[in-house]
Design a protein around this ligand. Structure first.
Ligand code: GAL
Length: 678
């Protein structure tokens, strides 16, 4: 990975000056300088302007934009513009328009209306990329390439005949023979056996439950089909401009689950992410933190780029909440605490027309005389003051093991309960870590777990033998793992691991469950403590899921079901294994019970919170650099808090000492330099 060393923590945004008269550019640059704005993503949706008619490129405006930004010292992340094709593409290549699962061919008129398997789209988009890279690859403003935009956002799946053919090719590569495909998809069932490749189609709308193996492979294929377009653009750019780092913006968060970013991450020079708060979430700051911690995991613990978030409201939710005063700064620094070294937004200037005219921006419709603009300038100043944190790494001893296969299958059809949702379970365990003041990092099940003392494995449904061995080895070596229900149940073909649940993890955990017994919505099963180790309250309970079974000899039962369909069976267990321990949870416990279990597990592992005695609702995260370490303290409450930490606040310039704790205003943030690490 070519690293992105921007020389400070940058403030930036998508910049779309083409929406405005040319003269606005000059005013924009003056405003950018006032705000301390130093990073602009240019041209994300400019293809129709750059190539107004096929093969006729018009780059004069882009040239002047790049020249002007460069003179102002603004680094440009130049988009390849291929996310949205011009309307003429639909006229010349009607087959390039995506087809829905129901067989409806979509029209242009929005954005990202192209089929990822369409060769004409591939050819026209690469022609544009070549032209752009050849003309602007040596422009001094261009510091990063931004391939496409949010791959899969609107055109993740196309069910057309070209895609069907492409899918067959992908399957042939994966399985070689039809026999292997038939085995993988379990086609003896329901008379689905294929005798000719030509009969294999994408999972289009059908009568009853579609074949789950076909669904899972389809999800994998769709991720790979978009990745192929990314790689084609990346390889072309790399051949022309080998020294410019290349990225595409991921969308790790509540709004998107379409791409397997574990497959994508190794192909990025810089990992970047777009994150928008969900107005439906009770504590969106926790979901933001989860997204950032997964992204840092994808970046291998290295700093990354926050490519987009919003200064205030978005335009695409049911109710688009405006951010509270101070929230934009706190959100931004939550990302920085978790490794972002660039804080960028969609978009620089709020549009006057078009689908996103009610989306917030750095320069709102009201102009400079506005709360948002004043807060943008404040953010620019703060990022300037904390610039020395650039390059430092967020410290975490807790791994959250997750994968997209488990997400797709758990949330797919025909599981024991559709009320068990993968990310909900992941988020509940993540939130418990957040409440406990533990900083977490996302990890793929097969990746190294070195350096992590606590390993959280919520509902890891699809897992390979090698991945089970990886987690087992980490436990043997001294880590403490908690694995929760539905984990280990199937292999990578989505075939049940026979012999009882939790399948591949049963041996590590020393448990044997022979039946799932989920609960109806609103129903709970009472839990009672069965060991001193985990103290549960008298009204502790589990919801969504229970399991019937037993613990093996040598496995301690920590809690059991006191009633419900699995009465008497273990709900929480612990087993020592090698130098570590393996804990199992066969239900979705209430928050307090998860907290108790996590406290016992942390105690076993010796992992302590980043800051002890942190007030509720306050988040503390540490980044460690070569010269110093930095403690970010984020107060998400509406009360001023006193935090027992020591250091020099880079934002206010004040010192907090043993005798005088750090005071953080309601909704405020402090970034403390804690002293030398050398
Ligand atoms: C992203 C996209 C931007 C803008 C933004 C609005 O999905 O990349 O172009 O649409 O959302 O929140």
């Amino acid at each position: 990975m070519t690293s992105w060393q921007p020389g400070g923590v940058l403030l930036g945004a998508d910049y779309n000056p083409e929406q405005w008269p040319e003269a606005t550019l000059v005013e924009d640059v003056a405003l950018m300088q006032q705000a301390g704005f130093t990073f602009a993503t240019v041209g994300v949706f400019s293809w129709a302007l750059w190539e107004p008619t096929p093969g006729d490129y018009k780059f004069e405006r882009l040239q002047s934009i790049l020249d002007t930004l460069h003179k102002a010292g603004i680094r440009v992340d130049l988009a390849t513009g291929t996310a949205s094709a011009p309307p003429w593409l639909a006229r010349l290549y009607p087959d390039a328009m995506p087809v829905t699962r129901d067989g409806l061919r979509l029209s242009h008129g929005s954005r990202q209306t192209w089929c990822p398997s369409n060769p004409d789209f591939g050819e026209r988009s690469l022609a544009l990329v070549k032209e752009l890279a050849t003309r602007f690859g040596d422009h001094s403003a261009v510091r990063m390439w931004h391939v496409g935009n949010e791959f899969g956002c609107h055109n993740l799946m196309c069910f057309c005949d070209i895609s069907a053919d492409d899918f067959r090719g992908w399957l042939k590569e994966r399985y070689s023979t039809l026999d292997a495909l038939n085995h993988a998809w379990g086609t003896t069932f329901w008379s689905q056996r294929y005798s000719d490749w030509a009969d294999v189609i994408p999972p289009r709308t059908t009568t009853a439950i579609p074949n789950p193996g076909a669904e899972l492979d389809w999800r994998r294929f769709c991720s790979d089909a978009s990745l192929r377009q990314y790689l084609a653009e990346r390889d072309l750019l790399r051949s022309i401009t080998p020294d410019i780092p290349i990225t595409t913006n991921f969308m790790v968060g509540h709004a998107f689950d379409g791409l397997d970013y574990h497959q994508w991450a190794p192909h990025q020079d810089v990992i970047s992410n777009d994150h928008y708060l969900g107005s439906h979430l009770g504590q969106p700051e926790i979901e933001l933190a989860l997204s950032a911690d997964i992204i840092r995991g994808l970046a291998g613990g290295n700093p990354w780029v926050l490519m987009e978030h919003s200064t205030s409201a978005v335009n695409w939710q049911t109710v688009n909440l405006a951010k509270a005063p101070g929230q934009m700064l706190r959100d931004s620094l939550s990302h920085v605490a978790r490794g972002a070294d660039t804080v960028a937004f969609f978009q620089w200037r709020a549009s006057q027309s078009g689908a996103e005219k009610y989306h917030s921006a750095l320069v709102p419709h009201a102009g400079k005389d506005s709360r948002v603009w004043r807060e943008v300038c404040e953010l620019g100043k703060v990022l300037g003051k904390i610039s020395e944190v650039e390059g430092s790494r967020t410290q975490s001893r807790v791994a959250l093991v997750h994968n997209w296969d488990s997400l797709w299958t758990t949330d797919g059809d025909s599981t024991p309960s559709e009320h068990h949702r993968y990310m909900t379970e992941v988020s509940r365990w993540y939130a418990a870590c957040w409440r406990a003041g533990l900083t977490v990092q996302g990890v793929a099940p097969g990746n190294s777990l070195d350096g992590f003392d606590v390993i959280i494995v919520p509902g890891l449904h699809v897992v390979t033998d090698a991945e089970i061995a990886n987690i087992t080895n980490a436990v043997e070596a001294g880590a403490h793992a908690v694995i929760t229900y539905f984990s280990g149940t199937v292999d990578e073909l989505d075939h049940i691991r026979l012999g009882g649940y939790p399948g591949g993890f049963a041996d590590l955990l020393g448990v044997h469950f022979d039946e799932f017994a989920p609960l109806l919505p609103g129903k709970t099963a009472a839990l009672r403590s069965a060991s001193e180790l985990v103290q549960l309250s008298s009204n502790a309970s589990g919801s969504i899921w229970t399991e019937r079974g037993r613990a093996d000899d040598g496995t301690e039962v920590l809690a059991a079901y006191a009633d419900g369909p699995s009465q008497g069976s273990p709900a929480m267990t612990r087993r020592s294994r090698g130098n570590g321990s393996a804990w199992y949870v066969s239900t979705s416990p209430d928050d307090a019970s998860i907290d108790s279990l996590l406290a016992a597990l942390s105690h076993d592992s010796g992992v302590s919170p980043t800051v002890r005695g942190l007030p509720e609702g306050v988040d503390a995260v540490r980044r460690v650099g070569e010269q110093a370490s930095y403690l970010f303290v984020l107060n998400h409450t509406d009360q001023e808090v006193a935090v027992p930490v020591i250091g020099h606040d880079l934002i206010t310039g004040t010192e907090s000492t043993d005798g005088s704790p750090l005071l953080v205003l309601a909704g405020g943030v402090a970034v403390l330099r804690e002293g030398s690490t050398s």
